[in-house]
Design a protein around this ligand. Sequence first.
Ligand code: BG6
Length: 486
Amino acid sequence: IPVPVFDYVVFGGTGDLARRKLLPALYFRLKDGQILEGSRIIGASRREMTDDEYRTMTSEALKEFLAPVDFDEAVVSRFLQMVSYVPVDAASEGGWDELRERLELEPDRIRAFYLAVGPDIFDPICENIGKHGLVTPQTRVVIEKPLGKDLDSARRVNESVGRVFSEDQIFRIDHYLGKETVQNLMALRFANVLYGPVWNSAMIDHVQITAAETVGVGSRGDYYDHSGALRDMVQNHLLQLLCLVAMEPPDTLDANSVRDEKLKVLKALRPINDENSSIITVRGQYRAGIIDGKSVPGYLDEVTDHASETETFVAIKAEVANWRWAGVPFYLRTGKRLPSRMSEIVIFFKQVPHSIFPKGSGNIQANRLVLRLQPDEGMKQWIMIKDPGPGGMRLRHVPLDMTFAEAFQVRNPDAYERLLLDVIRGNQTLFMRRDEVEAAWKWIDPIKECWERSSTAPKPYTAGTWGPSSAVAMIERDGRNWHEDI
Ligand code: BG6
């Protein structure tokens, strides 16, 4: 179903995020017929550029970031007709009148400002948007992490955006929430009767959430070295996944019902302090190593500060201290330069209480539900069955496999495709509310502070391995292992 005609203004319109993600995402939505003719995409940034030059940049970005089979000349040319550009200086008067004139050609349509820029200029951009009268009742603003680097700075970001926009106009993106499998987690939990009764500490032994990457920091060293994996991945993406696994059923899919439930989970996270931090958190930093047969440099060779203590790997044993989940560990793990790019949520159910099968039937393995975010998005429910054939009762652990690409034979849309149009639809269900972001920082800040007080450096790990050995020790102490796909 197409969304209403809109104007999308992309600040940072010439930047990496716009070229790599936003423009391709909007292109795909046009290609699939969801964007109506007449909609406008207006790039804005400090750089002087004409409309035509911006169209050329856009077309080059599409060439670079689309697979050749997806690049359709006819659609590209329709897309380029929607695209234009206004040079605007966030912090001065430059360009704002031109932008207003352009927007006022269509004063009543849905208008979205996407701030694909560093958070330090959220404030002047919002102020200028307000001052130049660009906010109509149909206006929204989209902001991305880093939404602060701790609770105080997150509050400041929220306040400066909140001075100009009301909460229901603010869309805080966490692109993990736009991933197909993540939304499927909601379908699985709330559109099936099977999982509801077993989704608790009586039946679930523990949960593992992993987001592993093979890439290093690359050209993002300046940003990353001030952030680290805890702020870059755990505060947002991993905690959002944890919330969706652990939350109570919301009354409806309405944005505030879902976000109310997620907030309760964040508030129930057991605090990490100096006493438990060294036992239930591990941080690491990669050293040179080999990934996919290629040598890669160590972190300290990639950033300016060669003595940096920024972590590129984190493992945490978290606990949601409420009636449903008490005693069920949520093991979180993320890192760069790990052996494979793989993100998944794995629910480990408990063992059967008693085996009726004779010795030699094979081990009964606990049921396991694997929700794969990438690659090969899909779900596998592992169950025990009898090995077919007359050979007597031999048990086998097999997956009920639903890999989406095989089951549906469709291209997997990028998370941004869904989220960018949800902004136009005015649907905030997959976006974070202010109090959620702040509650997440409230849990994260003490972890960072414990690490700083402990005056130990992150543990080194060789690129191409699964992080420092202490991350393995952390889970093995509990008699469990990190999940490996089989
Ligand atoms: C971003 C982080 O939010 O997520 C990056 O800033 C990380 O450091 C990326 O690489 C991972 O996203 P995805 O979708 O590739 O798992």
